[in-house]
Design a protein around this ligand. Structure first.
Ligand SMILES: NC(=O)c1ccc[n+]([C@@H]2O[C@H](COP(=O)([O-])OP(=O)(O)OC[C@H]3O[C@@H](n4cnc5c(N)ncnc54)[C@H](OP(=O)(O)O)[C@@H]3O)[C@@H](O)[C@H]2O)c1
Length: 424
């Protein structure tokens, strides 16, 4: 006899609707293939009359208890977004012994310890494949396939909106504000784009990704975050001339007990696999002692790709009574044995506005040398109105040394226009 598994949705907008349709379309196939009969019992929305969904009105509810405390429901699927009440609702569901599937990186990254503790206490499952990289199976790859490896690096393009904006700026030579306005008009960026363009979304995702990759809780507050709002067409054009492509990267590295986690605009050599990932696509590049270099790529958002990942979690939960768990102590604070450094090593692209006068290059080179920084490449643009644009790309150095050099370069006659880290 087939196993009947009843689902309750918290939220039924874009993603909830996508999940509903996929489950509806695949119901008979999953029954035949896996012998599971998946049924959606209730779906919580803010307002039934205003609900933006075509799921049957009969299953909609405005009362969270109809999902959270419904003895019929086995799996609670959270698609509300935001931290609260989503996190409280998930915690309540887990405390009632219900497995939770979520796509909510913010609620998870900020409340993972509480949710994990509630899941462990009741024996329920907590699954979140869609919270990072949409359909890309990166959580399952890290928690299952690569569990025995020693991952020392994850670098991801995990925000489609910013990748779309940077791709168009590079292709068209356009300014940030113009491309953002167009992306908002096309519905590819939110009316309030801060979560994406300021790097918050990518930082939540990096907190989750790095925790799993490095087997230790990497809390959100440890993630250094910079967005793309200060990036200019001139930066992208100068980088392009030197063979670089600009991406907003979420970077996590572990070296022994030292961890660095940072989200910021980053130049990559044009032949790096991540440099080829354009538009709203997402990709995660992973390096491990045994797996070595690998990359996963796919759609990081959208109702259908996200629904695919979520339904994968639902089917996994329905078929596996013993949940998989992250292999680390999910404490409110990171493991005290770890050190989180803000003095990581990188290369630096430094674009200067200088007088077009003799001795300027030597002066700038002297500032770098004083901090022990050697120069890998230099480019000078034709002078205009007595001013020149000069770009230096350094060899690898420390963040603090680069900061000191930049402070010393900024003077009466010379101005640092931009500093962008360069990875390989
Ligand atoms: N959109 C994507 O491509 C994507 C990709 C990956 C992950 N995610 C994540 O998926 C989640 C949902 O995104 P979405 O795009 O589907 O959002 P959405 O379209 O705004 O849908 C949110 C749903 O939650 C309901 N809701 C919100 N707050 C509520 C509250 N306090 N009480 C009851 N119901 C509430 C809304 O009800 P009403 O319908 O009545 O307003 C709506 O049904 C978010 O965590 C997001 O980060 C989204």
């Amino acid at each position: 006899m087939s196993k009947i598994v009843k689902l309750g949705f918290l939220g039924c907008g874009n993603i909830g609707g996508g999940v509903w349709h996929l489950l509806d379309e695949m119901h008979d196939e999953l029954l035949k293939r896996d012998d599971i009969d998946l049924r959606v019992e209730k779906a919580l929305v803010l307002s039934i009359p205003l609900a933006r969904t075509d799921v049957p009105t009969a299953i909609l509810t405005e009362d969270a208890a109809d999902v959270l405390e419904n003895p019929e429901i086995d799996i609670v699927c959270e698609f509300m977004g935001g931290e609260h009440p989503a996190a409280d609702f998930m915690q309540r569901a887990l405390e009632h012994g219900k497995t939770v599937v979520t796509a909510n990186k913010m609620a998870l990254a900020l409340n993972w310890d509480k949710l994990d503790a509630a899941a462990r206490a009741s024996g329920a499952g907590l699954y979140y494949e869609a919270s990072v990289g949409g359909v890309i199976p990166v959580i399952r790859s890290l928690t299952l396939s690569l569990e025995a490896d020693k991952i020392d690096r994850v670098m991801g393009i995990v925000n489609g909106t910013t990748n779309y904006i940077l791709t168009r700026m590079a292709r068209e030579g356009s300014d940030y504000a113009d491309v953002l306005a167009d992306a908002q008009r096309l519905g590819l960026a939110e009316p309030n784009p801060a979560a994406d363009v300021e790097g918050f979304d990518a930082a939540y995702k990096l907190s989750i990704l790095a925790s799993i990759a490095f087997h230790s809780r990497v809390t959100y507050d440890k993630v250094h975050r910079e967005g793309i709002t200060g990036i200019t067409a001139a930066d992208i054009a100068a980088g392009k001339e030197m063979g670089y492509v600009l991406k907003l990267l979420a970077i996590g590295k572990r070296d022994g007990d030292t961890v660095e986690v940072r989200v910021h605009p980053t130049f990559l050599p044009g032949d790096h696999p991540l440099a080829q990932v354009d538009g709203s696509l997402n990709a995660i590049f992973i390096h491990g002692a045994y797996c070595q270099d690998m990359m996963l790529q796919g759609r990081g958002a959208g109702d259908k790709p996200t629904a695919s990942a979520i339904c994968g979690d639902i089917v996994y939960a329905a078929l596996n009574d013993r949940p998989t768990r992250p292999s680390f102590a999910n404490t409110p604070e990171p493991d005290p044995a770890l050190t989180f450094t803000d003095d990581w090593r990188s290369r630096y692209f430094v674009r200067l506005d200088t007088p077009d006068a003799p001795g300027v290059l030597a002066k700038a080179a002297g500032v770098f040398a004083a901090e022990g920084i050697s120069i890998d490449a230099m480019m000078q643009k034709p002078a205009c109105n007595g001013r020149a644009q000069v770009v230096f790309v350094t060899h690898e150095t420390s963040e603090k040394a680069a900061e000191k050099a930049v402070a010393a370069l900024n003077g009466d006659d010379m101005r640092v226009e931009s500093v962008i880290r360069v990875e390989k």
